[in-house]
Design a protein around this ligand. Structure first.
Ligand SMILES: [Zn+2]
Length: 413
């Protein structure tokens, strides 16, 4: 049986590691630091109390294992992360790892041996707060790490390879942490929602159907510079006016779609004088959806608008794709099993999309994935006042536990 109080006590104990003396400055627990070591030591203790065999792989992912009846079959993995952003909160990542440990603990107390192995993983450096590369641990496990990552520097000029060495890891061997496709039967991750859908609908558990992938664009709108006083409005080729119309159109195109979101996060006018019609306006767009065809349909609508605005304003608009991460769908069987599991327990659930990226996104390239969300107070996250209720944490862990049991049983039918 899941013990809500124990899970909560573990969460609060972990939250003390890296906590600033000033509560409003939150928790800073970056990868490969003293705080990270302390967090791993505490979670190792919890894993051992839950009867797990504990090890760290070649890149520093902490892994607890509870062997199943068929230890050579691909097992079930539950994961998330222990690192935080600068001045982060108590729940992001920590909840996923500790609820995995709680699942193992409950199995041990019930004397229930699963058919499959159960692994609980705390992935290293998910937030990317130290080396500006997110989801490092799960990138290594899935063989996705870019070659130049080892030479990235943190704020103090320490290279990633040096940080690894300092903690006793060999940078040339981190790839050995890789897990082959098919070697894991299912990967599950429980996380705070970091948005407000569950809170607004007063539902304890969200069942994630897919994780949105970002496409990043840069728009460069080129017009004609001129005097702000002497150029009549009808004679202008003003890239700012065109850019504003385009941004407005993007907002409308995206809002009209069900799950698509779009964000203009940066804007720059050149030369950038108060009394000069700009020559050039550059702005960015982050476009996301969990379904690729939806994302592409939004992109097409934006491209059509670009053409019309070029004609209307006599400007040239370049739309460049800077970065793309494909969206990932959760496994339908896992989604159904999680939903049934919640129902069995009498806990209300809601299907939803994850707007934020998680380790599960990487894991999807080597196994079937599923994710559970629990409500976040006002959707606040990556900040000291990030909060989730004890009851919701407990309910999420209960659904996770039941999902693991049901998946394990189904895998042998
Ligand atoms: Zn997280």
């Amino acid at each position: 049986m899941i013990k809500e109080d124990r899970l909560w006590d573990h969460l609060m104990a972990l939250a003390k590691i890296g906590a600033s003396k000033e509560p409003k400055e939150g928790i800073t627990r970056l990868a490969y630091t003293k705080e990270d070591d302390e967090a791993k030591a505490l979670v190792t203790k919890y894993m051992e109390e839950a009867g797990m065999e504990v090890r760290q792989d070649e890149v520093g992912n902490l892994i607890g294992k509870r062997p199943g009846k068929s230890p050579d079959e691909p097992g079930i993995m539950i994961g998330s992360h222990l690192d935080t952003v600068f001045q982060g909160g108590k729940f992001d990542g920590a909840l996923g790892v500790l609820s995995g440990v709680e699942v193992a603990h409950a199995l041990q107390e019930e004397g229930h041996q699963l058919n499959r192995n159960l692994e609980v993983v705390a992935f290293t450096d998910e937030e990317g707060a130290r080396f500006s590369t997110g989801m490092l641990g799960s990138q290594v496990v899935t063989g996705k790490l870019e070659a130049n990552v080892l030479d990235k520097k943190d704020q103090d000029g320490i290279l990633y390879r040096e940080a690894l060495q300092e903690k006793g890891f060999d940078p040339e061997k981190i790839h050995q942490a890789r897990r082959e496709k098919g070697s894991i039967a299912a990967y599950l991750e429980m996380h705070i929602e970091q948005a407000v859908q569950l809170e607004r609908k007063k539902v304890s558990v969200g069942i994630v159907t897919g994780i949105a992938g970002p496409r990043w664009y840069r728009f460069t709108v080129k017009g004609e510079s001129g005097h702000a006083g002497s150029t009549p409005m009808h004679m202008r080729k003003d890239p700012m006016s065109a850019a504003v119309k385009l941004m407005q159109a993007i907002e409308e195109i995206v809002s009209a779609r069900e799950n698509t979101v779009g964000t203009v996060g940066q804007i720059e006018a050149k030369p950038g004088g108060i009394n000069i019609i700009p020559k050039e306006v550059i702005f960015t767009l982050d476009l996301r959806d969990s379904v690729d065809s939806e994302r592409m349909a939004a992109e097409k609508a934006i491209k059509d608008k670009v053409k019309r605005l070029e004609e209307d304003f006599g400007v040239k608009i370049a739309m460049e794709l800077l970065h793309n991460l494909d969206p990932v769908l959760c496994d339908e069987k896992i989604v159904d099993t999680a939903e049934e599991s919640a129902k069995e327990l009498g806990i209300e659930s809601l299907r939803m999309v994850s707007g934020a990226a998680h380790d599960a996104m990487n894991m999807a390239s080597i196994t079937s994935i599923g994710m559970l969300f629990i409500p976040s107070f006002k959707g606040l996250s990556h900040r000291p006042d990030e909060w989730s209720d004890k009851k919701d944490c407990g309910n999420g862990a209960k659904v996770l536990y039941q999902t693991v049991k049901n998946l394990d049983r189904k895998m042998f039918i």
